[in-house]
Ligand binder design. Structure first.
Ligand code: C2E
Ligand code: CA
Ligand code: CA
Length: 559
């Protein structure tokens, strides 16, 4: 771009004259050499060599159509099918009317008739062709992504809306393509490799759009948007493009996900169509293989439901629709199980939807940070509950609370928790903190620092869902933890799946190595309990003993 502007400011441009007739070449050269640097080629092949070597410097090609070896038409074709060479304007030399039309159709900028007449006319045509081409490049360079040659999103939406307007809302499909875990590709193989991948996918998209019509853009660092006229063969075309893209990417585990909104005549505008394609695409967010999904109404109503929950959250908190339940944990190392502590679990009694499961709303609130407010509510409730039970029954029942990964980034976390235990007058080890294993693997150093800070304040940390993350043994031994809580999914089949059983045994051995107790949750049967006991599990939580209970029902257990 910079270079182009410089050139516009009066630098000499370079022009390539291609003709097999020596005399004609020289004549043209003589007319132009005062204004331009001239290069010559005697046939098409020679010309292409020079063009690809000098593609940046070259401002114009003047091309004879009839030459031995490789004629002018073939050169035109080669230039037009190359992304980088396409921008170089070509003036053809001809003496036939038919050839003029044909070459203009093939992308020539202009023509000069043989035999040459007025040099001034020729110079004017040359100057004009160069100027026009440079102006279009400047426009094109700002509307297109440099790497892929696809539109930038602003132009994409502008042109798309224009298509809709001019075509009186002809049915259009919206497609979003994202590359899975692209940041990892960049980290592992380097940026230039990542760029290559983007380019290849960009090429595939170019082809698709060329075949089906429509337009496409690079939307962000790893995503592409495609807007094309609705047609029944779309799926077939997409599949074959995906296959080709994969072939071109080679064997490197790079996969893409694709969300599609097919126009069903609902009359949505361009943005609404892409919102829907986005929903379909996001559904595939954690997949490791390439896949395609389509938007449907069910997906949309689910999304609306989620939005309702998010919007209702603050009001629900104010109106006390949230309740904290407690599920007991029993120590099973002695003859008889002994109640040792409880886990605080949130429940939402929604006036319209009834009981909403935390599995449904917690992930939503984690996505947008609302979880911090909710967790703080639970911690506050749990802390005062610990005190109430002590007041009522003379014993402390330690309660563990869940700490979301988002909370870990809150620099006030330690203060908030310390304040709570101080206000209620008990020591910090009565309030246990559950942090999920995957939080450790996501941002290890940050979380280690935070957790160390919490332990310095006297809190005990339980690693939740252990076995579901990817902690290495090496990493575990350096982590600050006080208990391991096995992921429920291993317990589910422990009695009839020897592999799961073996895994649990290994995890228990790891806990021994770290010198911390093991908690198994999701224990539903006597069989599971006894098996766990026999392999050395210390503490058990699950429906076998009790479901999570409201505080007054839990009190009965204490009695
Ligand atoms: P979690 O921390 O792993 O909690 C254990 C889940 O297992 C709870 O589900 C509990 O009710 C359930 N459970 C307990 N025993 C059994 C059993 O024997 N069988 C089966 N099938 N399930 C059992 P719940 O209460 O639905 O909570 C789901 C998840 O939501 C929790 O998983 C936790 O990640 C999150 N959550 C719940 N309350 C809170 C909270 O206050 N704050 C945060 N940040 N997350 C919470
Ligand atoms: Ca938990
Ligand atoms: Ca868990």
């Amino acid at each position: 771009m910079q270079e182009l502007l410089e050139r516009k400011k009066g630098l000499r441009r370079k022009v390539l004259i291609v003709d097999d007739e020596f005399i004609e070449r020289e004549m043209l050269g003589a007319m132009l050499k005062e204004l331009y640097d001239i290069e010559y080629a005697g046939n098409g092949r020679e010309a292409l060599e020079i063009i690809s070597k000098e593609k940046i410097a070259l401002s114009l090609v003047i091309l004879d159509l009839h030459m031995p070896e490789m004629d002018g038409y073939s050169v035109l074709e080669a230039l037009k099918s190359d992304n980088e060479l396409r921008r170089i304007p070509v003036i053809v030399l001809t003496s036939e009317k038919e050839a003029e039309v044909k070459s203009l159709q093939m992308g020539a900028a202009d023509f000069i008739s043989k035999p040459y007449d007025m040099p001034d006319v020729i110079r004017a045509r040359v100057g004009h062709a160069i100027e026009l081409a440079e102006d279009t490049i400047i426009i094109h360079e700002t509307e297109r992504d440099e790497l892929t040659g696809l539109f930038h999103k602003e132009f994409f939406f502008e042109y798309g809306k224009r298509i809709d307007f001019l075509n009186n809302n002809m049915p259009m499909d919206a497609i979003i393509i994202d590359i899975n875990r692209f940041h990892i590709v960049n980290e592992l193989y380097g940026r230039s490799y990542g760029d290559e991948i983007l380019k290849k996918i960009g090429d595939g998209i170019h082809k698709l759009v060329k075949e089906s019509g429509g337009l496409a853009c690079r939307f962000d660092s790893n995503g592409f948007y495609i807007y094309i006229p609705h047609n029944d063969g779309l799926m077939e075309a997409l599949n074959s493009q995906i296959e080709k893209m994969h072939e071109s990417l080679g064997d490197n585990n790079i996969s893409i996900r694709m969300g599609v909104y097919l126009d069903d005549g609902s009359g949505f505008n361009m943005e609404q169509r892409f919102d829907r394609a986005r929903l379909a695409c996001n559904k595939l967010r954690n997949s490791y293989t390439t896949c395609v999904d389509f938007y449907n109404e069910e997906l949309h109503s689910k999304e609306l439901h989620s939005e309702r929950l998010i919007n209702d959250m603050e009001k629900a908190l104010a109106e006390k629709q949230f309740k904290v339940f407690y599920q007991p944990k029993y120590k099973i190392t002695g003859d008889k199980p002994v109640l040792t502590s409880a886990e605080a679990l949130i429940r939402w009694f929604h006036p319209e939807f009834g009981m909403v499961s935390p599995g449904e709303f917690i992930p939503l609130f984690e996505d947008n940070g609302l979880i911090q407010k909710l967790d703080r509510f639970v911690w506050t409730e749990a802390a005062s509950q610990i005190k109430r039970w002590k007041d009522d029954y003379g014993v402390y029942i330690p309660v563990s609370v869940n700490v979301s990964r988002v909370d870990v980034f809150n620099p006030m976390l330690g203060c908030i928790l310390s304040d709570l235990v101080n206000i209620n007058g008990f020591s910090p080890e009565k309030m246990l903190l559950e942090i999920t294993e995957s939080a450790y693997t996501d941002n290890s150093q940050e979380i280690i620092d935070t957790v160390n800070g919490l332990r310095d304040r006297g809190f005990k940390i339980e690693m939740d869902d252990f076995g579901s993350g990817y902690s290495s043994l090496n990493m575990l031994t350096s982590l600050p933890i006080d208990a391991l809580k096995l992921d429920m999914k291993f317990i589910r089949n422990i009695c009839n799946n020897t592999k799961d059983c073996r895994l649990v045994e290994i995890m228990i051995q790891i806990a021994r190595l770290l010198e911390v107790p093991v908690i198994a949750e999701g224990v539903e049967t006597k069989e599971q309990m006894e098996l766990l006991k026999s392999i050395g599990c210390d503490i058990i939580q699950g429906y076998y003993f009790s479901k999570p209970l409201p505080p007054d029902e839990f009190s009965k257990l204490i009695k």
